[in-house]
Unconditional design. Structure first.
Length: 61
């Protein structure tokens, strides 16, 4: 998700466009950084842990 936000921010900054309401390339870059920080903190990664747990259970059998 953060990669998509970074891509949008890059494109907006590249063409020098701004979305009405004050959204610019820098806004999307900061939003992308916030999403990346949340991901690194482990928020929203429950599905990955569940899959890893199932893999370890199967390996023991």
């Amino acid at each position: 998700m953060a990669a998509i936000i970074f891509g949008l921010g890059f494109l907006l900054d590249l063409v020098g466009a701004a979305i009405p309401g004050g959204f610019s390339g820098m806004t999307f870059a900061l939003l992308g950084l916030a999403l990346l920080a949340l991901h690194q903190a482990g928020i929203g990664t429950a599905g990955v842990r569940t899959g890893y747990s199932n893999w370890r259970t199967r390996a023991r059998r």
